[in-house]
Design a binder for this molecule. Structure first.
Ligand code: ATP
Ligand code: MG
Length: 385
């Protein structure tokens, strides 16, 4: 933390100083260490915009090298002209209790959004002596807000599409008496599929709101033959695409896991739907499993569009979609986030390996023991690189 000349310190602690300078020094050190540990940026000026104090967090946000502040004005520290103007204005107008947001160019080229709160510090007579600025980075919050807004638009669209189809086909069934039995059957099958889509989206929304509220996912575990469960789930995907070849490689031996059946099906469905959706040109989708280091290691591999490193690092964030444009494939950006929660609730681990343009493999390691409160150390190591 950088501090201005001793006069400002002494005037702030004139009482103890006269009596015992050592004690005053110690109490200043104490205050300094408290201010240093404040995670938000703190910047204090006098009424002429001279900087009296700046903590490390403020230095980091403003990109200022650690320095002493003897007689230096705001101009020496704040390189952004618009921000400088705004801060000087706040000092001049003795702005008290104001708040504004500002976009700062980050050191690595990215934009950082900072919320700045202003207040006035006064002497014992109540005369303004300068300003105190509290700087808090809110880049992550703003990014989350943006993703949430995008999500609301996507979710509304995702809900309306199947609903429009359900309404259209049911209306046809109600108004057209001349439809053949085969056509009626086809329409009803279509309506049923769309209703299932709707139900899946609504379950995802309920799951995510339960997780958000900190209530977590409720698991109903039972001993379960995992190979059978995977074979059953994969079976329903066999006929869903002509462009894809579905390969399944499961271990020979019978393996019982203590899991929530419905939730494991949900894991499989999310990973399989991604493998199909994100390999629009087709190719092999391979589901493999083996037992290793006390874990059942399942993988779903595709030869699709793949992901960049940045996309991989964000794929499990809720609402995240690699491509959120109108032409993007359907989805709400909740699948992997929910899947991760389910896997971790089972004491397991999930991770992705991907190469842009080559394909993606999703790995899930589930513990083979019943005691699944904490991830097994073997499982921890499986996901490490
Ligand atoms: P939802 O699963 O809710 O219907 P979604 O598929 O967009 O929507 P997630 O499953 O959470 O959401 O995936 C998040 C993002 O990660 C996707 O939008 C996509 O960009 C990327 N992604 C996930 N799986 C793959 C994959 N197998 N290949 C390429 N990109 C993928
Ligand atoms: Mg998905």
């Amino acid at each position: 933390m950088s501090l201005h000349a001793e006069d400002s310190m002494n005037s702030a602690h004139s009482g103890p100083c006269k009596e015992n300078p050592c004690r005053a020094g110690r109490s200043w050190e104490w205050i300094e260490s408290i201010l240093r540990s404040v995670v938000d940026g703190l910047l204090v000026t006098d009424s002429n915009s001279r900087v009296l104090m700046m903590n490390a967090a403020a230095e980091e946000l403003l990109g200022v090298a650690q320095t002493t502040l003897f007689d230096r004005s705001l101009n020496d520290f704040v390189k952004d002209r618009r921000l400088l103007k705004r801060l000087r204005e706040a000092v001049m107008k003795e702005e008290d209790g104001g708040r504004f947001e500002f976009e700062l160019g980050g050191h690595s080229g990215g934009i950082r959004i900072v919320s700045i709160t202003t207040s006035v510090h006064r002497d014992s007579e109540g005369v303004a002596q300068g300003s105190v600025f509290l700087l808090r980075e809110i880049t992550r919050e703003r990014e989350l807000d943006r993703m949430k807004n995008e999500f609301i638009t996507t979710a509304a669209h995702e809900l309306r599409t199947p609903l429009t189809a359900i309404m259209g086909f049911s209306e046809l069934l109600l108004t057209r008496r001349d439809l053949s039995a085969t056509l009626q059957f086809d329409f009803l099958t279509f309506i049923n599929q769309k209703a299932e889509n709707l139900s899946r989206i609504i379950s995802d929304l309920l799951d995510i709101s339960r997780i958000e509220a900190g209530r977590g996912l409720e698991l109903f575990r039972e001993p379960c033959d995992i190979n059978d469960l995977i074979t059953e789930t994969v079976g329903s995907y066999r006929t869903c695409s002509e462009k894809h070849a579905l390969e399944v490689l499961l271990p020979e031996e019978r393996i019982q896991l203590y899991v929530d059946r419905g939730k494991v099906i949900q894991i499989m469905e999310n990973l399989l739907s991604n493998a199909f959706k994100y390999s629009p040109q087709g190719g092999v989708v391979r589901v493999s499993a083996r037992s290793t280091r006390g874990a059942y290691l399942l993988s779903v591999e595709d030869e699709g569009i793949g992901m960049t490193r940045e996309q991989v690092s964000r794929a499990f964030d809720k609402f995240y979609r690699g491509d959120a444009s109108n032409s993007a494939v359907e989805g709400t950006g909740l699948g992997l986030s929910i899947t991760k929660n389910i896997v971790e609730a089972h004491g397991g681990r999930i991770w992705l390996e991907s190469r842009k343009g080559k394909g993606t493999t999703a790995f899930v390691a589930l513990p083979m023991t019943r005691d699944q409160q904490e991830p097994e150390s073997g499982i921890q190591e499986l996901g490490e690189h």
